[in-house]
Design a protein around this ligand. Structure first.
Ligand code: 5AD
Ligand code: SF4
Length: 446
């Protein structure tokens, strides 16, 4: 099982693994040992999508070798490339046995059977609710093997139609899972040893799931319910849209102790003109107001964002507006991308595409601009004591690693038994990508 792209794909890959385990499969650590390879693909930018075809070329060779040895070797293309390109995947690479989209992978066992009977199977139905109803729950060993922090998809799809983005086409319309379903899944994870739950969705803060009484419940309603799980030490969510940052969710950052002081809130651009052409449905002011309100509710909150440079028609002045917004916010971390025209999206149709050289130059300038606040933010942690949830062994012997409330990686010298625990850690040094510290208190939360 190989997953590319976002957290939603990580979650889907885990669910497909659970489903295949029920069919008698076990995860192979090396491709050479596999009888079935699932590529869970990403279509967000051209580079990600094209990488899949070179991977498939390689797998086709491996399949030929395996077949010559009389061994099984099946290739499944899942995820967003499967959804967006369907049939075309098989036409471009004949060795592919099955193409299955992100909303129909619960049918994998039946589809594999059809493929074995000689059919060329492509399933790209949008059957989201059916999917969640039929997927098996992970077993305890599976949960334990995946660590103390787990994703739970609560919302799928997107109705926003930003003019650069394929997600509304690959993941379909916005759908929220029922509160009860989410709590049941969370309970199982917690019983299996999970201590942090990250609620995920393409537009997670647009979540409106029905509760037991049939009432529409916003995301903070889920956090309130999850806060009652004694063993859960931390709650997070991603990814949010600025227009769905309601006062209720902002207030939850002030009132719910377990809700981490961190929000990933992509803005994409700081120029009102570009934001309008991106169909983002908000201007820079709305974004800055949301940040201000979040900081009022939770003064130490850390903010991260996504940016796109070189959207069609982006002028130097537009780009400078983005830099100004970066300076105004002071992001704790950022992700930035060169605009990639995606087939079927309005942005790709435009005749005012930006030259690759300009895109590259703007990307480098943006990168330089986000670096100083990020470094200052990390350096500012030195001397502070923060709560760290330990997740795994560190790179060196005797070291363990975890995350600060602000999503920073933290290393300490410590016993492996600390993994899964939340500890007070005094930060002693800040590197470029992680912090190091010392456990100061043996307070045990779980
Ligand atoms: N080109 C470049 N970046 C994109 N993103 C989405 N679509 C594109 C595209 N066509 C970026 C956005 C989004 C992140 C997940 O990927 O910044 O927030
Ligand atoms: Fe894509 Fe915009 Fe929807 Fe995010 S909000 S998934 S960027 S269309």
């Amino acid at each position: 099982m190989r997953s590319y792209g976002c957290q939603m794909n990580v979650y889907d890959a885990a669910r497909m693994t659970d489903l295949l385990a029920q069919e008698g499969y076990a995860a192979a650590s090396r491709e050479e040992d596999a009888e079935l390879v699932v590529l869970n693909t990403c279509h967000i930018r051209e580079k990600a999508a094209e990488k899949i075809y070179s991977e498939l070329g390689r797998l086709a060779e491996l399949k030929k070798e395996r077949r010559a040895e009389g061994r099984n070797f099946e290739i499944v293309v899942a995820g967003c490339v499967a959804q967006a390109e369907g049939e075309l995947v098989m036409r471009r690479q004949r060795a592919v046995d099955l193409v299955v989209g992100p909303q129909s992978y619960h049918r994998l066992p039946a589809l594999l059977k059809e493929a074995r009977e000689g059919a060329r199977v492509v399933d790209t139905d949008f059957a989201v609710l059916e999917k969640f109803q039929t997927l098996p729950a992970p077993t305890r060993p599976q949960i334990a093997a995946r660590g103390v922090s787990a994703f739970v998809t609560v919302q799928e799809g997107c109705d926003k139609f930003c003019s650069f983005c394929v997600v509304p086409y690959t993941r379909g319309a916005e759908i929220s899972r029922k509160v009860e379903d989410v709590l049941k899944e969370a309970r199982r994870l917690v019983d299996g040893g999970v201590r942090e739950i990250v609620l995920i969705g393409q537009n997670v803060n647009a979540y409106r799931g029905e509760d037991e009484a049939g009432r529409a419940t916003p995301l903070e309603g889920l956090f309130e319910r999850l806060s009652e799980f004694k063993e859960l030490t931390r709650l997070r969510y991603t990814t949010s849209h600025p227009v769905d940052m309601t006062q209720g969710l902002i207030d939850a950052h002030g009132s719910l102790e377990k809700l981490a002081p961190f929000v990933h809130l992509p803005v994409q651009s700081g120029s009102d003109r570009v934001l309008k052409e991106m169909n983002r449905r908000h201007d820079a002011r709305l974004y800055l107001d949301a940040i201000e309100k979040l900081r009022r509710a939770r003064p130490d909150i850390a903010i991260s964002s996504d940016f796109i440079v070189g959207f069609p028609g982006e002028t130097e002045a537009d780009f400078e507006a983005t830099l100004a917004l970066i300076d105004a916010v002071g992001f704790a971390s950022s992700f930035f991308f060169k605009y990639s025209p995606r087939p079927g999206t309005p942005g790709a149709e435009r005749s005012d595409q930006i030259d690759e050289v300009i895109k590259r130059e703007r990307l480098a300038r943006l990168e330089a601009r986000v670096e100083a606040p990020r470094r200052d933010f990390n350096a500012g942690m030195v001397g502070r004591t923060v709560e760290v949830l330990f997740e795994k062994r560190g790179r060196h012997v005797g070291q363990i690693a975890g995350k600060s409330p602000y999503m920073q990686a933290v290393h300490v010298e410590g016993d492996e038994r600390e993994i899964g625990r939340l500890r007070s850690v005094r930060i002693v040094a800040a590197g470029s990508n992680s912090l190091s510290g010392e456990i100061v208190e043996a307070r045990e939360f779980a």
